[in-house]
Design a binder for this molecule. Structure first.
Ligand SMILES: *Cc1c(COP(=O)(O)O)cnc(C)c1O
Length: 239
């Protein structure tokens, strides 16, 4: 094993152990939580090593970086998740490699993803990114629809050809009532998910939790955790 592969293996084992412990503490089965490794800023070679180590879900947050990386890894048995804020003019590129988009937060993006997916003959799983900075009104700074806009946006996705409503996603907010309280924020997301699933049982993905707060996310019912730095190492700069 190369040094890098050994390092990734050790980091992965630690993260999987954290998830397993959090599941035990929450009385959940470990297989109910899927690890998505966020590979942004790291090269395709690392994605390849992760695949060799058994990772099956990877995520990226910028199309310019993700598109060539996904292309270089097209032979690997990976599911690709797009988790970054997305401009409508990137929809056409993203639907070529992404199986899931976690950052669906506005009607214009739904329309762009829908027509792009149709053109590519693909069906993309869409998660509504919920901004928990406030309960209503404008989107959060880092994207997202406020809780009171979820129902309407969900209906738009459900009616859009080429798209499938897959669930909800959030990033622990830096401001508002849940600032510094990731567990409470993820609990709120779980409530929103429960309401959504009452109308659409297939929309059962709850994407929450990153390297710093995966335990809180698992405790609150996350089905998918998005882990970057704890597996790949600290990224230079703030991204
Ligand atoms: C970078 C990123 C992650 C992973 O963050 P880490 O703190 O490195 O685990 C998760 N979700 C989104 C949306 C991200 O952009």
């Amino acid at each position: 094993m190369t040094d890098r592969k050994a390092q990734l293996a050790a980091n992965l084992a630690r993260v999987e152990e954290r998830i397993a412990r959090a599941c035990v503490a929450a009385g959940r089965a470990p297989e109910d939580v899927t690890l998505i490794v966020v590979t942004k800023t790291y090269p395709a070679e690392d994605v390849r090593l992760l695949a060799e180590l058994g990772v099956r879900h990877v995520a990226e947050n910028r199309d310019q970086e993700a598109a060539p990386k996904a292309e270089a890894c097209a032979d690997l048995p990976l599911t690709w998740h797009f988790v970054g804020q997305l401009q409508t003019n990137k929809a056409r590129s993203v639907v070529r490699y992404a199986d899931f988009v976690h950052s669906v937060d506005r009607p214009r993006l739904v329309a762009a993803l829908s027509s792009a997916a149709e053109r590519e003959g693909r069906r993309i799983g869409c998660l509504l990114q919920v901004a928990l900075d406030r309960e209503s009104g404008a989107a959060g700074q880092r994207g997202g629809v406020a809780p009171d806009g979820v129902e309407e946006l969900a209906a738009e996705v459900a009616a859009a050809p080429g798209l499938r409503l897959a669930g909800v996603m959030t990033v622990a907010p830096l401001s508002g009532p849940y600032a510094g309280r990731p567990g409470a924020a993820f609990g709120r997301l779980r409530e929103i998910s429960t309401r959504l699933q009452a109308g659409d049982p297939a929309a059962n993905m709850v994407s929450a939790g990153m390297s710093a707060d995966l335990e809180e996310a698992v405790a609150a019912g996350a089905t998918h955790v998005r882990i970057g730095s704890a597996v790949l190492g600290d990224r230079p700069g703030l991204r």
